[in-house]
Design a protein around this ligand. Structure first.
Ligand code: COA
Ligand code: AMP
Length: 633
């Protein structure tokens, strides 16, 4: 292990309280915490329990106080609408404090929940920071989710208010948000008291007052609102993510730990200083967007880019290079799928050669495993380090990475590098013993988790404990499997639950199965993620029909695909559902999803000893061949 990194890492593990006490000195506190870590009620650990601070103050006001208000905080670049703008820290604060006043006028108080369902526009960032300013808890919902998912988040969070926009833009289509929101409000049992809608120029929609008001109207009688003082253990936000069932889990983030940890990562993991331009090409609806479009870069006081577009098609595979060169971006963070999309469209890098990327120093990839081919292609093209790092919505920052601000380590293709300071990562084998180097098993993190991770689930302490902390007492179960090699490099090989990763988006196959089971002709079904060259994985559905169904298979498949689009959303990218005669099961009735996946991916599989009828596997293989699904990857 390299010496400098090794020293810092060891300290974070052996003396976590001292380590995180020092890091906490770098943020603004109204009242500094006297207690660093309360360990009295495991697995519910509390960082900085008696500290008092404010997320928005640390993102904006502190920099203005320090005379850096004229520095650019946010660059908005939207190739999809052909718009660009820049906001200094002063300008952004002015917008945020006004909108905070508007929220307050609508009765939103400390602790109230606010749903934000918006496209990638500056107003979305303003809404998030305005919530933080008044101590409201935001819950951002990704625009690619359907009404049903939005409704479940309204119900679970019991949100007081919803902020949305008239529309979003996807290549080739306008996403009308208002009908989706109206349907969600109709479906939700909990009733929100107000909707604030940002009218996108040229796409104004009709509003039904008094429940619905426009963004402009909400600002008309609003005054600036100061940052309120908030306890460190209160929540900054809830971000719902796919769980092992159809019910999403509300990951909560406590305020103090979130600020301390994210600010620490900007220099130590990403090597970003205050004068740098940083770009995270994700969406604010995902954890990467929360942490690295909005919070971490603003806590650091650097410049962050908000990009409303796609890696290809807006207008071409050179967009990423244009943004990097136009704004002097030092480092980019995105999902491997974005690079696979560029590689597919422009394998020779013809677009790349049109731009000067002298400013560019590193590319960070996460969200799914970065395949060595893509990393090598990006390295050859960009001539900078390409760093695969591993993290989860639950943790909000990287569990393993090359910590480039501490010490650059060598790349091992296929590995997400070493555990980041703060995370004591270990592997537990199926016999419940700790693995030796290179032995496969479940990847776990020894408790307590560092600051900035999730202290619990929204209103679901029991689910938190049972789901994540019970199978391996004393450890957080990541639900990823893999091994650690003899140099401490972590290799993430697969999920151990029903989560799949589609274009860097986390989806539950169980949730898709729940929707398919609602089709009146479907007796049972299985959904699995099969390998896909562009998106990493794609979900496919296998449907077994009830006896006596006389509808044709094609109609049933189309209806099922439409149901998933309507109930979960286009983001599920669910385009394949085939009717089969029967599903392979164990003698105890468990569907052999893993085996079917291997057959579909055309990789070697062992005949499961507990299978009830081995002949079904040949049948399934034929079905997959007939439907041109075999060997999709
Ligand atoms: N609002 C509404 N719909 C959305 C949406 C949004 N914010 N984002 C995606 N969708 C829709 C897409 O339009 C598409 O709909 P379609 O079935 O009508 O075509 C569907 O959801 C699937 O989207 P996606 O998986 O993104 O596929 P794509 O073909 O549109 O784009 C990539 C493929 C690789 C270009 C794209 O996935 C991408 O840029 N990924 C970058 C990775 C990323 O941001 N990951 C987030 C975590 S870091
Ligand atoms: P999300 O919560 O959406 O960020 O998804 C987290 C999951 O994505 C992890 O549990 C992993 O399964 C996967 N993931 C994220 N980053 C990586 C990576 N660098 N390598 C492999 N898998 C990853």
């Amino acid at each position: 292990m390299s010496e400098k990194f090794s020293k810092i890492y060891e300290k974070s593990i052996k003396e976590p309280e001292n380590f995180w006490k020092e890091a906490a000195n770098n943020i603004f506190w109204f009242k500094k915490p006297s207690k660093i870590l309360n360990k009295s009620n495991p697995p519910f650990y509390k960082w900085y329990e008696d500290g008092i601070t404010n997320t928005c103050y640390n993102a904006l006001d502190i920099h203005i106080d320090q005379g850096k208000g004229r520095r650019t905080a946010l660059i908005y670049d939207s190739p999809i609408t052909d718009k660009k703008s820049k906001f200094t820290y002063e300008e952004l604060r002015s917008k945020v404090s006004k909108f905070a006043g508007a929220l307050s006028n609508q009765g939103v108080k400390k602790g109230d929940r606010v749903i934000i369902y918006m496209p990638m526009i500056p107003e979305a960032v303003v809404a998030m920071l305005a919530c933080a300013r008044i101590g409201a808890i935001h819950s951002v919902v990704f625009g690619g989710f359907a009404s049903n998912e939005l409704a479940s988040r309204i119900d679970d969070s019991k949100a007081k208010l919803l902020v949305t926009a008239s529309c979003g833009f996807e290549p080739g289509r306008t996403v009308e948000y208002k009908p989706l929101v109206d349907e969600a409000i109709k479906q939700a049992k909990h009733k929100i008291s107000k909707m604030i809608l940002f009218q996108r120029p040229g796409h104004e929609v009709k509003l039904n007052t008094p429940l619905e008001i426009s963004w402009e109207e909400s600002l008309s009688n609003a005054s600036d609102h100061d940052c309120v003082e908030i306890n460190s253990n209160d929540y900054a936000y809830i971000l719902y993510t796919s769980g092992t069932t159809g019910t999403p889990k509300g990951i909560v983030r406590d305020i103090g730990g979130h600020i301390v940890a994210l600010k620490w990562t900007m220099k130590n993991i990403y090597n970003i200083d205050e004068d740098d331009i940083w770009w995270s090409a994700s969406d604010i609806g995902w954890i990467v967007g929360h942490s690295y479009i909005v919070y971490a870069p603003l806590f650091k006081g650097c410049t962050t880019v908000l990009f409303e577009g796609k890696p290809v098609g807006t207008p071409d595979a050179g967009t990423f290079w244009r943004i990097i060169s136009e704004y002097n971006v030092k480092s980019l963070f995105t999902a491997p799928t974005a690079f696979r999309a560029i590689k597919k469209e422009d394998p020779e890098g013809k677009f790349f050669s049109k731009y000067n990327l002298n400013c560019f120093e590193s590319l960070f990839l996460a969200g799914e495993r970065a395949d060595p081919d893509t990393i090598k292609w990006a390295e050859n093209l960009l001539k900078v380090p390409v760093i695969d790092h591993w993290w989860q919505t639950e943790t909000s920052w990287a569990i393993s990475s090359n910590c480039t601000g501490i010490e650059m380590m060598k790349t091992k293709y296929g590995s997400a590098c070493k555990a980041v300071p703060g995370y004591d990562v270990q592997i537990i084998k199926s016999d419940q013993t700790l693995a030796k180097p290179n032995e496969m098993g479940d990847i776990v993190v020894k408790l307590p988790l560092p600051p900035g991770t999730f202290p619990t689930l929204w209103n679901a302490d029991k689910r938190y404990e049972e789901n994540y902390m019970s199978n391996y007492p004393g450890y957080y179960q990541t639900y990823d499997a893999g091994h650690i090699d003899d140099e401490g490099y972590i290799w993430i090989m697969s999920r151990t639950d029903d989560i799949i990763n589609v274009a860097g988006h986390r989806l539950s196959t169980g949730a898709i199965e729940e929707v398919l089971s609602e089709h009146q002709s479907v007796a049972e079904c299985a959904v699995l993620g099969i390998a896909d060259k562009l998106k990493g994985q794609l979900p496919i559905g296998l449907l077994v029909l009830k006896a006596g169904v006389d509808k044709d298979n094609d109609t049933i498949s189309k209806e099922c695909i439409q149901m998933v689009r309507e109930k979960i959303g286009p983001v599920a990218a669910f385009k394949v559902a085939i009717v089969i005669k029967r599903l392979p099961k164990t003698r105890s009735g468990k569907i052999l999803r893993g085996t079917i996946r291997k057959i579909a991916d055309n990789v070697e599989y062992k005949m499961p000893p507990t299978i009830d009828d081995p002949a079904i596997l040949d049948e399934i293989k034929q079905d997959l061949i007939d439907n041109k699904i075999l060997n999709n990857g």
